[in-house]
Design a binder for this molecule. Structure first.
Ligand SMILES: *[C@@H]1O[C@H](CO)[C@@H](O)[C@H](O)[C@H]1NC(C)=O
Ligand SMILES: *[C@@H]1O[C@H](CO)[C@@H](O)[C@H](O)[C@H]1NC(C)=O
Ligand SMILES: *[C@@H]1O[C@H](CO)[C@@H](O)[C@H](O)[C@H]1NC(C)=O
Length: 377
């Protein structure tokens, strides 16, 4: 829908407290959701004062001996149990006709906001939301903490443990029929993540296996060897110095220096359209450095998950497969999901890390929704 029309609609409906927008296929409602996560949080060490510090940090964390020679956290401050309140901005969409009972809860990764699942351009090629809606699924997607319209926090404080606790609260609310409008209580909930969003989804299901009936981890593998290596390719810079729109962010927020460093991490030639890479770069979202480092420190092997589980990454995924997923996507994923009702691992031909923006993204979407529907979701 054109944003102008959307504004009029929203303004007209504000009186009734409703921010619903609607097209001929779907009804969407935006929510501002209060959350109060409790989590054990790591305390950051030395903050960046300039891009020289960022560059040195990237060198240190990628050293061959980093496991023993470098730790970015404040070693004098033990991880602390912390509770705080935030607002998460989210969208729930449901098909106008033929909705199944399944809600897909989508968590985006670093460098994006919720529009990763529903970009403003070429929706027929890249919108997972529209793909899922056309197959009867309802979708709930949100800006993660520190991104888009959700609460801004320090990039040194923002981390996986907080966001896992937030995802748990969102999932629990959706299961109770909150933030789903007239759709009400879902019959089933499926967690779907991309990259860092997959880390969060997998980690949550590890702690609370009954939180979802299905799990789909995209842009992800359990057999990564690259560690923080992607940061070298990403060439991050302090975001507040890169654009005036990021002035409110502290120096813990970073962003790739140019479109080539962005492409280096998220796209693989010849499997992308330069137009969508430009769009992704224009709309990129700074990530918290502690998000990037804490993601590797959480337990994310859901050994007790019994629902259908799928892992799918672009064949040439840099972050999770060091550029070649064929040999590594299947194991140890299959062993981790040995209790799952069904399991599927896919190294998706041709694609890079940004799976939804590959040339044939809808082919990946098809594998995902087919896997779910074949397994009763
Ligand atoms: C899986 O379940 C078993 C039995 O309830 C429990 O002992 C074990 O700690 C669980 N594993 C994980 C990773 O939660
Ligand atoms: C990761 O993949 C390699 C290559 O296929 C395989 O040899 C190895 O066993 C896998 N790692 C685990 C923990 O399964
Ligand atoms: C896109 O992906 C689907 C599913 O993997 C496949 O069947 C189809 O042939 C692909 N299309 C192109 C143009 O590669």
């Amino acid at each position: 829908m054109h944003s102008f029309l959307k504004v009029i609609l929203c303004t007209a409906l504000l009186a009734s407290g409703c921010l619903a927008t609607s097209s001929h296929k779907k009804t969407c409602t935006d929510y501002e959701i209060p959350v109060t996560p409790t989590s054990v949080n790591l305390v950051w060490g030395k903050k960046f004062e300039a891009n020289f510090d960022v560059v040195d940090f990237v060198s240190n964390i990628n050293s061959r001996t980093a496991a023993t020679s470098f730790n970015p956290y404040d070693l004098t401050a033990p991880p602390a149990l912390t509770t705080a309140s935030y607002t998460i901005s989210a969208t729930f969409c449901t098909p106008k006709k033929g909705a199944t009972g399944t809600v897909l809860l989508l968590s985006h990764g670093l460098n994006f906001d919720r529009s990763y699942w529903d970009p403003e351009v070429s929706k027929e090629k890249y919108s997972f939301v529209d793909w899922a809606i056309a197959r009867g699924y309802s979708v709930f997607y949100y800006d993660r903490l520190g991104v888009g319209k959700s609460t801004l926090v320090s990039g040194y404080a923002n981390q996986a443990s907080i966001q896992i606790a937030i995802l748990e609260q969102l999932a629990t609310s959706i299961r109770a029929g909150k933030y789903t409008g007239a759709f009400g209580t879902p019959k089933s909930l499926v967690l779907i993540g991309h990259s860092f969003g997959s880390v969060l989804s997998s980690a949550l299901v590890t702690v609370v296996p009954s939180i979802a009936e299905g799990l789909v981890l995209t842009g992800f593998s359990f057999n990564g060897t690259n560690g923080a290596g992607f940061l070298e390719a990403f060439q991050p810079r302090i975001a507040s110095g890169e654009s005036s729109k990021w002035k409110p962010l502290d120096t813990g927020y970073l962003t790739p220096t140019d479109i080539y460093s962005n492409v280096n991490v998220f796209f693989k030639a010849p499997d992308y359209d330069v137009g969508i890479a430009k769009y992704a770069h224009r709309n990129r979202q700074p990530f918290g450095i502690n998000e990037a480092t804490s993601g590797g420190l959480v337990d994310l092997a859901p050994l007790n998950f019994t629902g259908p589980a799928m892992v799918i990454a672009g064949q040439f995924d840099l972050i999770f497969c060091t550029g070649q997923c064929d040999e590594v996507i299947e194991h140890p994923a299959k062993e981790i999901f040995s209790q799952a009702k069904a399991f599927k691992a896919v190294s998706y031909a041709g694609a890079g890390h940004g799976l939804n923006f590959a040339l044939n993204a809808t082919g990946a979407f098809e594998l995902i929704t087919e896997f779910l529907s074949t397994n009763g979701l």
